[in-house]
Write a protein that binds this ligand. Structure first.
Ligand code: FNR
Length: 180
């Protein structure tokens, strides 16, 4: 099962990128996760949407050919970071590669709320007419990881309870992707 992962932080020591890498490694028997480099995408420009730069075309192709998409995002000012919104805007025009694509959302913060507001906002964005992704239903499947400082070590998620919880959500996502 081929999954394109999008991490919404380009910070060097990003917890969310650490989480994406943890998931890529931990689930490699179940999911073939490729992490997209959205930090290198140019700002979306409507004038270029019919003939976007090669890096944008490659990004859209990777989503088009993936069985599903994993979004791993921090919360910035109660919403998603601009780098993630920019990537999603590119997907939403001309060749609308997220339409009907199964998507799982996860996120991590050092604080207490675990990206709750960002994920609520992200779900709204992913339902826009140009995106219309198929979201893993929230009931029980939200992955809101808080207090990152206590749960990550040596560049990866190490908290056993969180990993056990994540295992179940990933199994649910695999079933969800298979249902398409
Ligand atoms: C934040 N942070 C943050 N945290 C949160 O829980 N809710 C929020 O609204 C915000 N807003 C916010 C805005 C900006 C501009 C920054 C830089 C940070 C804190 C944020 O969760 C923290 O920096 C994370 O470590 C960012 O994720 P990465 O880079 O570790 O993946």
């Amino acid at each position: 099962m081929n999954i394109t992962a999008i991490a919404g932080s380009i910070r060097k020591d990003s917890y969310n990128m650490q989480l994406a890498k943890t998931m890529k490694e931990r689930y490699k028997g179940k999911l073939n996760i490729e992490i997209a480099d959205i930090g290198s995408l140019p700002f979306f420009a409507q004038d270029e949407e019919h003939n976007p730069p090669q890096i944008v075309q490659d990004f859209k192709e990777s989503i088009k050919h993936a069985d599903g998409v994993l979004i791993v995002t921090p919360e910035y000012n109660w919403s998603v970071p601009g780098v993630l919104k920019n990537a999603l805007d590119w997907t939403s025009r001309v060749d609308k590669v997220l339409i009907g694509k199964p998507v799982m959302v996860v996120g991590v913060t050092p604080g207490s709320a675990g990206t709750l507001r960002a994920q609520l906002h992200l779900r709204q964005i992913l339902s826009a007419p140009g995106i219309q992704a198929e979201l893993l239903a929230p009931g029980g499947n939200e992955v809101l990881i808080n207090f990152a400082g206590q749960k990550f070590a040596d560049g990866q998620l190490t908290d056993e309870d969180t990993l056990a919880f994540l295992d179940k959500r990933v199994d649910a996502f695999r079933d969800f992707v298979k249902s398409f």
